[in-house]
Ligand binder design. Structure first.
Ligand code: NIG
Ligand code: FE
Length: 405
């Protein structure tokens, strides 16, 4: 079995809590830090983590990486991305810079629907090429596990091609069949009749989860319930885009349906925060999307204090968050959401892995998958501290070097 030794690390930082559960409350800020450390990987798995001075002599064929001056964190987990799209929205970005609002552009047929047109124009191979390129961007920012949504096809062939492309490019596919109502359908009900009858049976075979955009101008709570109940009956885990612009009943719906996550929450008030604090639904915070759209930040500190299970993600997409950098998200989590670096790390490793349904990731401990992100930094907290820093130097995925700067 191939063995890889990462030696002489300045620090190894890992969530301390048991990987079997989502971390919340005190566990959310529990990070173990080992100075002057090593990580030994055998095959695809971590065999040992410890101090250099305790490293026993190893025999056999072992590849070694000298990590002097560098720190290790678990391979980062991006649990919310939209990588399957054609074209870009740079023109719209310029209009927004000049004062137009995201919702106005959406209502005027721009926004999501303009990306739908550009995505439908791609062949399945061209779409796979785009998703593969986006996955490479993520890897270069230290991401070793990612979720990728469809939702820019909204027809039978493009939705299924999107899900396949995400799987082939190495991601966990989520069917965002209810992202927007495409122009060929008279209304949301007619569109749902179509997707649930004609797309869901095959989407359920390709995807791990289903997602809906519950928002004014997209799908309201009764329609979101209809879509999600049908997806649950087909065996998919449930997720929601909720409370991005308005509080429209997404939190009670997510709790009632036992959803795995509710994502965005920029508009969530005190009652929603308390409800999530008592529930098992993971609150996925997307501060880059709030930043990119110049919207209020989600109540990250209040959620953490209420005991909610929180995760952090990029929301990578062409319209509202054109970034694949989880280190940038860590900075925003600390400076804008007022989370501690420890909470940010746990939220984008261990907890994000639970959102994706990958409980073997997100911790540097024996038996976990050997996913390690090496930072060019003497202290792991540079992950958040070095704003937009170029600090990811090497990424190990499943025990093999997948990226080197
Ligand atoms: O998560 N809110 C809806 N969906 C995406 C944005 C999609 C787009 O603008 O293309 C989001 O922000
Ligand atoms: Fe999103």
């Amino acid at each position: 079995m191939a063995a890889l030794l990462l030696r002489d690390l300045a620090q190894v930082a890992t969530p301390a809590a048991d990987a079997g559960q989502v971390a919340r409350g005190r566990d959310l800020r529990a990070v173990d830090v080992i100075e002057d450390a090593y990580i030994l990987c055998r095959g695809e798995t971590i065999a040992a983590v410890g101090r250099m001075r305790d490293l026993e002599p190893l025999d056999g064929d072992i590849e070694e990486i000298d990590c002097a001056g560098r720190s290790a964190v678990p391979g980062l987990v991006d649990c919310h991305t939209h990588p399957a799209f054609g074209g870009d929205r740079v023109g719209e970005f310029s209009l927004r810079a000049g004062g137009a609002s995201y919702e106005e552009l959406h209502a005027a047929g721009g926004g999501i629907l303009s990306t739908v047109a550009a995505t439908r124009a791609l062949s399945p191979d061209a779409l796979l090429e785009r998703v593969t390129e986006h996955a490479e961007w993520m890897l270069a920012h230290g991401t070793t596990t990612w979720e990728g949504k469809s939702g820019y096809g909204l027809d039978h062939d493009t939705e299924l091609a999107s899900l396949k492309a995400v799987r082939v490019a190495g991601g966990s596919p989520t069917w965002l069949g209810a992202h927007s109502v495409p122009p060929e359908h008279p209304d949301a009900d007619a569109y749902l009749d179509f997707v649930l009858a004609d797309v869901l049976p095959e989407a359920a075979q390709l995807a791990d989860a289903a997602d809906v955009f519950l928002e004014r101008g997209a799908f309201d709570a009764p329609r979101a319930r209809r879509y999600l109940e049908a997806c649950a009956a087909a065996g998919l885990a449930l997720r929601l885009h909720g409370d991005q612009f308005t509080e429209s009943g997404a939190v009670p719906l997510a709790i009632d349906l036992g959803a795995r996550s509710i994502d965005h929450l920029e508009a969530t008030g005190a009652i929603g925060v308390q409800e999530l604090g008592y529930s098992d639904v993971i609150a996925v915070l997307l501060p880059a999307s709030a930043l990119f759209l110049d919207r209020p930040m989600p109540p990250g500190r209040a959620l953490a204090d209420a005991g909610a299970a929180i995760a952090l993600a990029t929301d990578f997409n062409p319209g509202s968050s054109f970034t694949t950098s989880l280190p940038l998200i860590a900075s925003l989590a600390c400076t804008q959401l007022h989370l501690a670096p420890e909470e940010a790390l746990v939220a984008m490793t261990l907890n994000a892995a639970h959102v994706v349904g990958a409980a073997d990731r997100g911790r540097l401990a024996p038996g976990m998958r050997a996913d390690v992100t090496l930072l060019d930094a003497p202290d792991w907290r540079y992950l958040a501290y070095h704003l937009a820093g170029d600090l990811v130097s090497t990424v190990v995925r499943a025990g093999a070097t997948a990226y080197r700067r």
